[in-house]
Write a protein that binds this ligand. Sequence first.
Ligand SMILES: [Zn+2]
Ligand SMILES: [Zn+2]
Length: 363
Amino acid sequence: MKAAVLYENNKPVKVEDVVLDEPQNQEVLVRMVATGVCHTDLHFVKGEMPQPLPVVLGHEGAGVVEKVGTNVSTLQPGDHVVLMVAYSCGKCRYCVCGQPAMCPEWLGYHMMGTLPDATKRLHRNGEDLNHFFSQSSFAEYAVVHERSAIKIRKDAPLETMCLLGCGTTTGIGSVLNTAGLRAGDSIVIYGCGGVGLSAVIAANLGGAGKLIAVDTNDIKLEKAKELGADYVINPTQEDPPQRVMEITNGGADHAIECIGNTNVMAQAFASIHAGGKCVIAGMAPMGAMVSTAPFEFLLGKTITGSVQGHIRAAVDVPKYADLYMAGKLPIDKLVSKYYALEQINEAFGALEKGEIIRGVVRF
Ligand SMILES: [Zn+2]
Ligand SMILES: [Zn+2]
């Protein structure tokens, strides 16, 4: 099968033939239909995040189950599935307490480049290839653990549903789960890429009172307005925290940072009122630090992070698919362009230059 392999950081990804083993215990073979192209892939291509090489990239896949391994109890051939970026074990304190997005199990397997049984199914010329987030879905097929594959309704288009595997759920969950937006609350969303615009869609769905979007790119701000933003701020023209203070008469109830920029994180925290909540959904480079005046904490201001939007994938992903099909969660509007797998480097380039909000590889 064809797969996109990264051999060296900051070099083009190679699309070539690789070997994929059969699914084993609690694993399924998925024929990929579509995989989202995410900034997280780019971080790893550029070596900003550690990952053993060579690796088959791709972590926002959706497809159809073709075969199941032994002891698979939740899926059968023909099921339509969204592959989640983070595997959760179902047994640890986080999983048992209803916070599977915080399960620490995925990280070790991701760092080792394996599936959750600590072995690899991908090979080329007799040499093992590493798995990416235990998924590797920039490939015609993927073998994943059944807990990584969430079954959704068959009438939902997989070329859109793939976005629910990572960035889109992060944006939606940051607003609805982590921030806990209530109808009428004011909210400012910093960054209008795939995660930020998903946050805008969710804030609109959740009944935000004043919905403010911030980005330096006017085209993305137009998109934010189309998706429900009441106000937009371009930091090249206005000071965002100051403008948010004016719009909300003293600070927003919630701020979401969707970029991973420490200066913007500080701006987001400065945009909320006493008692307000600032959620960091963006991924800053390893080793980056953010500083703030401790006095702000005495005002009861909260700053917290959102791991994958604190979603419970098995419950929330089918729910988001239903909301999409009902026309209430128009995440298809985030897709700027579809690509063939062979155009993967072109897709990364366009994402890096900000030419697209989301690209999707269609198989
Ligand atoms: Zn767990
Ligand atoms: Zn992603």
